[in-house]
Ligand binder design. Structure first.
Ligand code: AQP
Length: 332
C-alpha cells in the first residue's frame, strides 16, 4: 500500500492556502487510498523567533483544525512531530548526508534568513538545517508520496536527493518519495499582494484568509482583494495575478477549471462576490466542527497520543535500519 506523509508547521493560524494547497487533499484523497500520516511539525516552528506558549497553543489548534477539516483517526495517523523521537534521530544521519552548499541554495532559507536579518534578528542554524529535518520526517516512514503545495517542491526534491545518495552509499534503506500537488491552487497568493504567497506567518492579515475567520471577515478580505486596473476577467497569472488568484480559489472551491470560469464573468465585482461566497461555504463546516472539538481538548490529545504510538511503530524499523547501514554499532 502507498505510504503518504505530510506536515504542517504551527507558525501561525492556518490559512486558506494551507487548506486548498494541502489539507483538503489529505482529507478527500490521501487518507482514503494510502497508509497516511499527517503531522503538526512543531520542531520546524522553532527555526525562527518564537514564543513558547504560542507554539504550544498553535500546535493544539493545528491538530484540532486537521481533525475538524475531516482527517479521520480511523483512516489515518495524526500526530505531533516532537512526540516521535525518530525524526530527530534520523535528521542527524541526513545532516551527515547533505552538504552545506545544497542547503544554502534552498529558496525558503534565502527568503526567511533575509527576513530575519532585515528585522534585526539573528538567523538560527536550524533555519538552514530545516529541510534536512523535513527530509527525516518524510524518509522515516518509507514514504512514497508527499502531498504538498508548490512552495515545498524544492524541499521534497532535496529529500529525494538525500535518499538516493544515502541508498547508493550505504545500501538500500529509504523509499524514494515524490511530491504530489493539487490540480489548482497549489500556490494561493496573498490577496493584497498577489505576487507573494499567502503565508501564515506573514504579518499583514488583510490579504490572508484564516480558516477560523468569521464569514463577514472572509467576505471583506476577498471583496478588497487587489486585482488590477483592467476590467476584463482573464486567467493570466503573469499579467493579472490578482484576478488569476481569485479564479484559482473559486475553481478550487468548486472543483472547476479557472480558465473556463474566467469566461463566465464580465466584471471583477461579480467574481469577487462568488469567490467570497464559495470560500465561506467551504470553510463553514470546518469552523463548526472546530468549535465542537476545541471544547474537548482531551479528545484531541487522545488522538495525538495514539497517533504518536502508531507513527513510532512505523518509523522505528526504518530509522534503526539507517543507523545500522551508516555504520553505527547497535546498542546491545
Ligand atoms: N499559499 C499556499 N498555497 C498553497 N499551498 C500552501 N501551503 C502553504 N501555503 C500555501 C502548503 O501547506 C502545507 C503546510 O505548510 P507549512 O505549514 O509547511 O508552511 P509553509 O509551506 O512554509 O507555508 P506557510 O503557511 O506560509 O508558513 P510560514 O509562513 O510559516 O512559512 C504545505 O504543503 C505547503 O506547501
Amino acid at each position: 500500500m502507498t505510504r503518504t506523509f505530510s506536515g504542517i508547521k504551527p507558525t501561525g493560524h492556518l490559512t486558506l492556502g494551507n487548506y486548498l494547497g494541502a489539507v483538503r487533499r489529505w482529507v478527500e484523497v490521501d487518507q482514503h487510498r494510502s497508509d497516511a500520516l499527517f503531522s503538526v511539525v512543531d520542531l520546524h516552528a522553532l527555526t525562527v523567533e518564537h514564543d513558547p506558549a504560542r507554539v504550544r497553543r498553535l500546535t493544539r489548534q493545528a491538530a484540532t483544525l486537521l481533525l475538524a477539516a475531516g482527517l479521520d483517526p480511523d483512516l489515518c495517523t495524526v500526530f505531533v512531530q516532537s512526540h516521535v523521537d525518530e525524526h530527530t534521530r534520523l535528521s542527524y544521519l541526513l545532516e551527515c548526508t547533505a552538504t552545506d552548499g545544497e542547503l544554502r541554495r534552498m529558496i525558503q532559507y534565502k527568503e526567511k534568513s533575509a527576513e530575519a536579518r532585515a528585522s534585526g534578528e539573528s538567523v538560527r542554524f536550524s533555519l538552514l538545517s530545516y529541510p534536512v529535518l523535513m527530509a527525516a520526517d518524510i524518509l522515516a516512514y518509507g514514504t512514497d508520496e508527499v502531498p504538498v503545495g508548490e512552495d515545498q517542491t524544492q524541499h521534497v526534491e532535496l529529500t529525494r536527493d538525500l535518499a538516493v545518495r544515502f541508498n547508493q552509499r550505504y545500501g538500500h534503506t529509504f523509499a524514494i518519495p515524490k511530491a504530489t500537488r493539487p490540480p489548482v491552487a497549489a500556490r494561493v497568493m496573498n490577496l493584497q499582494d498577489p505576487t507573494s504567497k499567502m503565508g501564515k506567518s506573514h504579518d499583514s492579515g488583510a490579504g490572508i484568509v484564516y480558516l477560523l475567520d468569521e464569514p463577514d471577515v472572509v467576505r471583506k478580505k476577498v471583496m478588497r482583494a487587489v486585482t488590477d486596473s483592467g476590467s476584463e476577467v482573464a486567467y493570466d497569472r503573469e499579467n493579472s495575478p490578482g484576478v488569476a488568484n481569485l479564479l484559482e480559489i473559486l475553481a478550487a472551491c468548486g472543483n472547476a477549471d479557472p480558465g473556463e470560469l474566467a469566461g463566465a464573468y464580465a466584471s471583477y465585482g461579480a467574481l469577487k462576490k462568488d469567490t467570497a461566497d464559495a470560500v465561506v461555504e467551504v470553510l463553514r463546516p470546518l469552523r463548526e466542527r472546530h468549535a465542537v472539538l476545541a471544547a474537548d481538548p482531551g479528545q484531541v490529545d487522545a488522538v495525538l497520543k495514539e497517533g504518536a504510538e502508531r507513527a513510532r511503530e512505523r518509523a522505528r524499523p526504518v530509522v534503526d535500519a539507517a543507523y545500522r547501514a551508516i555504520g553505527l554499532l547497535p546498542a546491545g
